[in-house]
Write a protein that binds this ligand. Structure first.
Ligand SMILES: [Ca+2]
Length: 441
């Protein structure tokens, strides 16, 4: 059974599309940068398929030991035996003519991957953005424009609003954005949210009380960090707890490019803070939550099995970026976009033309980073050999579900994927937006 519309008329096999490591194409092709991945060109509507899938497609999501750390990437699940480096005495790579030598190294994923859409968890969602899997398998999903959080039952597909986040002022790319569960959610029931208000972007936490009436199950927000600059565009918005149980946030420069290099500003940064919103001891600068800078608009955060932090951000006209984040690193914007090779600036690990990506969420699974493209309407797989790509990025699901906003690891080979056709830049069709489950390799 195929769950998606397939305007390209494919066979339903979700084989990878064109590789696109960013080597081709002249920069500066006159594309208007939209920060959040602008709308497709005219006439690009998806073919209406054979109707929405039955609710029988809903699947149960076992959480395989990932607990509350699943918000944007689970670093604990699915680690293959022997992962973490080449075993001593492994054959030299020259034994393999391929680019990755995967046959000899179980820690490196194959050069070519696969994606199977295994189910549809929910449909009919309005401007979904952040997703947080709950212990037991249900999901919390944020509506950017409604400012509400809903619970999705993964056994029935039922969607129930649990509450509204007070103070959300949606507009442009702003609104209720990322969600994350407290690392001690089992005892404190705290849900973290990143959202745009009338004056700023901020992070607050609310207690989720399932004993109360639906719609009134969120306690009063406790703001842990305020003063992240807001704009019509480039609000960042992804939050996630890392393997160190600290809270990370990707922010944007709001269109005021100078903020990205201003280390006193919280805009155009990756932030690292305690669960209370305080600077973490050991951050690059004392008494600052700034962890890395020189970013344009970061909406993707994930950790690999070796606890490296990866981040995706939107380029302006030329290059979207996947970066390996080092504390204190300057990632270039606005001095550089893409790979500049300039002293003092950290180059991205991989780049894409914005038409092919415009990346929002990322997740790590099975040795690869998986990156959801908005304007690109595809899921990118970036197989990794340690800190570098093991092979060219590979595209999946191209054009099948429209704009893709959020991808979350469920551990092992399973991902959640959230579409973004109702965000004002898509062409929503019956059933949009959706949450899908994927099995990947
Ligand atoms: Ca950069």
């Amino acid at each position: 059974m195929r769950y998606g519309r397939n305007r390209r008329g494919g066979s339903g096999a979700y084989a990878g599309g064109a590789a696109g490591g960013g080597a081709a194409g002249a920069p500066g092709g006159g594309i208007v940068g939209t920060g959040d991945g602008g709308a497709r060109g005219p006439g690009a509507g998806r073919r209406t398929g054979s109707g929405p899938p039955g609710r029988g497609a809903a699947v149960a999501l076992a959480l395989a030991g990932c607990g509350a750390l699943l918000t944007a990437g689970c670093s604990s699940g699915g680690v293959p035996p022997g992962a973490g480096g080449s075993p001593p005495g492994s054959p030299p790579e020259t034994a393999s003519p391929g680019p990755s030598g995967t046959a000899q190294d179980p820690a490196v994923p194959p050069a070519r991957g696969s994606v199977t859409v295994s189910g549809e968890v929910a449909e009919g969602l309005e401007s979904p953005w952040g997703v947080a899997p709950l212990p037991g398998g249900d999901l919390l999903v944020a509506s950017r424009d409604k400012g509400t959080i809903s619970r999705v039952r993964t056994d029935t597909g039922a969607v129930t609003q649990i509450g509204r986040v007070p103070g959300v002022a949606p507009g442009g790319e702003g609104g209720l954005l990322g969600l994350a569960l407290s690392p001690t959610f089992a005892s404190d029931r705290l849900v973290y949210a990143y959202f745009t208000t009338e004056s700023d972007n901020r992070i607050a936490r609310m207690r989720y009380d399932e004993q109360r009436q639906p719609g009134q199950q969120l306690g009063a927000p406790d703001t842990v960090l305020r003063g992240i600059p807001k704009g019509v565009v480039h609000n960042g918005g992804r939050i996630a707890f890392g393997p160190d149980r600290m809270l990370y946030a990707g922010t944007g420069e709001t269109g005021d490019t100078a903020l990205a290099q201003d280390r006193k500003s919280l805009g155009g940064k990756i932030l690292r803070m305690t669960p209370d919103g305080q600077p973490v001891h050991g951050n690059p600068e004392a008494d600052s939550v700034v962890y890395s800078y020189g970013h344009r608009n970061v909406q993707g955060l994930a950790w690999d099995k070796d606890k490296r932090l990866w981040a995706a951000e939107f380029g302006q006209n030329t290059w979207d970026e996947l970066n390996l984040i080092e504390p204190g690193g300057n990632y270039g914007w606005p001095e550089a976009e893409g790979k500049a090779g300039r002293a003092g600036l950290r180059d991205p690990v991989a780049v894409w033309k914005p038409d092919e990506a415009s990346p929002s969420g990322i997740a790590w699974a099975q040795g690869s980073v998986w990156m959801a493209g908005l304007k690109g309407e595809r899921l990118w797989r970036i197989p990794l050999r340690g800190a570098v790509p093991a092979a060219e990025p590979e595209a999946f699901l191209q054009g099948k579900y429209g704009r893709l906003r959020t991808v979350v690891s469920l551990g092992g080979d399973r991902l959640l994927l959230v579409t973004s056709e109702t965000d004002g830049r898509g062409s929503p069709e019956a059933g949009d937006d959706r949450v899908l489950t994927l099995t990947v390799r």
